[in-house]
Each structure stands twice: as C-alpha cells, then as structure tokens.
Write a protein that binds this ligand. Structure first.
Ligand code: GLC
Length: 397
C-alpha cells in the first residue's frame, strides 16, 4: 500500500469548501463537519505535501474562535445539522466545548512546511495566544495549574472509562446509554451558560492526563513561536505555565509510577488503567528512569496494553475493557501517534518501531477505519476516516 498516495487521495476526497473556508471532514458519512483536533492532525498530514491547504485548514478552524478565546470542537459549516451532534451551541454554528489543544503543534508544522518566514505565524499567533490563555485562565479557576475538561468529549475519547466515576456509570455501560448521559451533561452545562468554573464545580471536572500533557507540549511550542515573533510577554506566559502544569501533574497525578487523571477540586484519582499512562511521554514529563519502568511494566505487557496489533487504549485487565468498545479498549491511530512521538523522543526505538509496524499492518489490513480490535485487528466504526494518515507522519518522521 502506498500510504502517502492513499492518505492524500482521502484528504482530497474529504475536503470541503463552505462559506469561503476550506477544511477536511474526518469521515464523510459519520463525521461530516470540521473537528478541532482532527483538523490539527489533518494540518500535520497536509503540511507534508500541500502546505497551503494545511494553512487553510487551520485558518478555517480559528475563524470560529469564540470571543473568550475558546476554540469549539466542532464547526458545523451547515445550516441544517443532519446528525445528532448537539454539543451546545456556540455563537456561530459551533459546539460549545473544546478538544485537546494540538493547535500550536499543528501551526508550527505548517509554518515549517510553508517556508514563508514568519508570515503565517504572525496571522495565527494572536489566535493561539488567546486560546491558550482561555484554557489557563478559565479552565483552572482555583489556580491548581491543571486544566479541567467539562465533558468527556473534550478529551477526544468520548466514552473512555477514565470518566466512569465522574459520569456515575458502571464498567459495562452501553455506548448508547453513555451517549445520552454525555448529552444530558451538555444540557446541564448549558444551564450554567458553559461558564467553566460553575460547570466544573457543579457537573463534571476532570484534570485529564492526555489533555494536560498535550497542553504542556503545545505551550512549549507556543513559547518558541512567541520568541520567534519577539513577544516576550507571550514567551514568558507559555514557559511559565508549561512548567507549572508539568510540576502540578507530578505532584497531583503521579501514583505508583504512572499518571492518572483526577476529578474535582480535591484531585480524586481516577484509577483506571488507560493509554493515558503513556501520554506524558509526548511532553517529556517522565524522567528517563520512570519511563524505562513504564515501558517495562506496561508497554511490554500482553496482559494489559500490548497486543499483536498495537497498544490498547484500555488495559485488558480493566472490567470496562471491550475489544470493540469505541474508546473502551480498541486501538486508535491518534493515541498510537502520540505514543510513537514520545517513544522516539526518549530513544525507545524498538518500541517506536513496534507502533509504526502495527499501525501500517492495521492500515493495510483494513484501510482507513476509525478504530481497531486489538485481539484480531478487525477495523470498526467510521469508513474513510482520516486518522490513518498519521501513519505517514510516523513513516516520514
Ligand atoms: C469521535 C472521536 C473524536 C473525534 C471525532 C471526529 O467522536 O472520539 O476524538 O474528534 O470522532 O473524528
């Protein structure tokens, strides 16, 4: 399979132009709108061959930034919404929740590919800065230095069992029941007008490990961009908060050698074994020794995370584990990509190769499906789903 050719064919097929904006839908039949972290992934892929389209993808994404700096996780770009994605309306045809903050990373990749000096960064930087300021100022009302999410969907891992306790659901909750409960949560948050401090203290407040790890990495890149553009204040803001979040993660989320997400103001640990253990590798949050232990005990463990087809999103030992259960066990390409990047940065070359090889096998076996059965490699969920293109970024790393 020519992964580059297939990726670019799919990205072109899924490309849309609406209201003068160009963007890519994650899957034409299942996800026919623009999604936040998906668009960041698209920009990373597009930057490899079509940097100008990659730039359009990000500009379209930031064009619907809300006045407080929040970037919504969906832009509908349609008058009529054909599927039940009522995640609370923003002001301009958007949802009212966000998603993992990959934007600075994606912008940097696009900048490098464009080779237009600082021109693109100058345009996007004010948007980036106000988005990251929103996260730091609004999502951390008690200055804990850990950023909170107000709905499981903000993690990008909609029904992950990490959120079972704050969602008050049992390990065997069905997909449909979970979906209804998440929408109820949107309704409850709508009542408090999506004011983060109120929503979090009354309804749902999780300091999630992947979200905060991704934020740390992105703040470091933001700092770099700020320095390049000569904004000393932005540079100071980004370094300061990257450091504070890293430290707070180590103080409050680190137990028995791994990181666990936590809920509420008192940091109640959500002790569910998920791929979140590996996410801090992406932002260099484990020491080298801790990372070695993590790899030995959790990565190389067929009873928990490792399968013949890659790394499970949930440990097989968890009562919530389901091999075809959406975010309750299957392999997804985005977690694979984050883990891959972390492994490479720490010099775990053999393990990185395992992620790359299993990802390629899954693509070759199934094409661009949404998620994969760790036990036999079957593809599930959306068709023509773009995340398989992240394998190209691993191949060309
Ligand atoms: C699913 C995924 C989410 C993704 C969206 C669009 O809801 O869980 O992470 O952004 O689909 O692809």
């Amino acid at each position: 399979m020519d992964i580059a050719a297939e990726t670019f064919k799919l990205l072109e097929k899924n490309r849309r132009e609406k209201q003068g904006h160009i963007y890519t839908v994650p899957s034409p039949s299942t996800y026919p709108y623009q999604w936040l972290w998906d668009s960041c992934f698209h920009a990373i892929m597009l930057a490899k061959r079509e940097p100008d389209i990659a730039k359009q993808e990000l500009l379209s994404l930031v064009s619907r930034q809300l006045p407080d700096g929040m970037i919504p996780h969906i832009i509908f770009w349609e008058e009529k919404i054909t599927r039940p994605y009522q995640w609370g309306w923003g002001r301009k045809g958007t949802s009212s929740i966000t998603q993992p903050p990959m934007l600075a990373y994606a912008a940097w990749e696009v900048h490098r590919a464009l080779g237009d000096g600082p021109a693109f960064l100058k345009v996007i930087y004010p948007k980036l800065l106000s988005y990251y300021r929103y996260l730091i100022e609004e999502r951390d009302p008690q200055d804990h230095h850990l950023i909170g999410i107000i709905n499981p969907d903000e993690s990008g891992e909609d029904n992950s069992p990490r959120f079972d306790s704050p969602m008050h659901v049992p390990p065997k909750v069905s997909f449909a029941e979970h979906f209804i409960l998440r929408h109820k949560l949107v309704d409850m948050n709508r009542i408090c007008n999506f004011d983060a401090a109120t929503c979090m203290s009354e309804n749902f407040w999780v300091k999630d490990v992947p979200f905060n790890s991704i934020l740390v990495k992105n703040l470091e890149i933001l700092c770099h961009i700020a320095s390049l553009l000569g904004d000393a204040e932005g540079e100071h803001f980004a370094t300061l908060h990257a450091g504070l979040i890293k430290e707070a993660m180590r103080t409050h989320l680190f137990h028995d050698g791994v990181f666990y997400s936590a809920a509420n103001h008192d940091y109640k640990p959500l002790k569910v074994e998920t791929w979140a253990h590996f996410a801090p590798l992406f932002a260099d949050i484990y020491t080298k020794e801790e990372a070695e232990r993590l790899i030995e005990q959790h990565f190389h463990n067929d009873e928990t995370f490792r399968s013949a087809f890659g790394i499970r999103t949930v440990s097989k030992r968890e009562p919530s584990y389901r091999r075809n259960g959406f975010w309750r066990g299957p392999i997804w390409m985005a977690p694979h990509w984050f883990i891959y990047k972390g492994l490479v940065a720490y010099g775990f070359d053999r393990e990185a190769r395992f992620i790359l090889n299993t990802s390629v096998t899954l693509l070759e076996k199934n094409g661009f499906r949404e998620y994969f059965d760790p036990e036999d490699g079957t593809g599930y969920g959306a068709h023509e789903f773009t995340w398989g293109g992240l394998v190209l970024d691993m191949l060309e790393d």
